[in-house]
Ligand binder design. Sequence first.
Ligand SMILES: [Zn+2]
Length: 237
Amino acid sequence: MSPRSTFVWVSCVLTSLAVPHAIAAAAEPATAMETGIVLDRLSHEELRQWRSIARLLHASAPNGAPLYPTLRGLWEWAAESGNAIYIELSAPECVAKGIAGRFVIERVDPHGARHVGVIRLCLANIDRPHVGGAGTRADGFVRFAGLREKERYAEVLGHELAHAAYDFGSPERARMVMERVDTVSAQLLTHRAQRGNEPLDPALRQRLGERDALLEGLEAHADAIELLVWRELAKRR
Ligand SMILES: [Zn+2]
């Protein structure tokens, strides 16, 4: 893969293998009405790992100013937006796909009051030196360059929070991303399961092209925010 494509795996592109989202209809657990960053899916050990990342997020200078203002701003958005954003640190797709992280929309609230999403951070993959670290990006930084363990986790978290904030910017956008990315990805998955490598029909091929164009824009946005996060993390080293 080119450096660019090596990087882009971070989240969206690999949704070509994603399972379809459950939209609204499924019964939700008793904790369904929680909002903000929701940690119910973490094991005891994962909670300990998460808290160490959160400590970094909340680090402040002696005058009280956040050390990492972009990350802190994204965190505060997540906490106060009214949406529920679950954290997962050991999703099966981390092993299956070797990704560093991913944001997935699980439920779109047509009223925009409480969308549900999940941020998956694949800590073991981020720990591997080659993951996402290959090559200088077009905008001039090498992913994870100069960062240590927790800072690398924080950089990926910033990227995925940027996806969440953008996708949940309006109900229309959230639904559009679900329909044009995840539904089409599920259609591709179905095609491959039923018909192997037979050629795609023209309609699906067109939808995949539209999906990839949309993904490129979504990634560019998240990458731009990630660059800010990386600069702030690298500056403190
Ligand atoms: Zn991404």
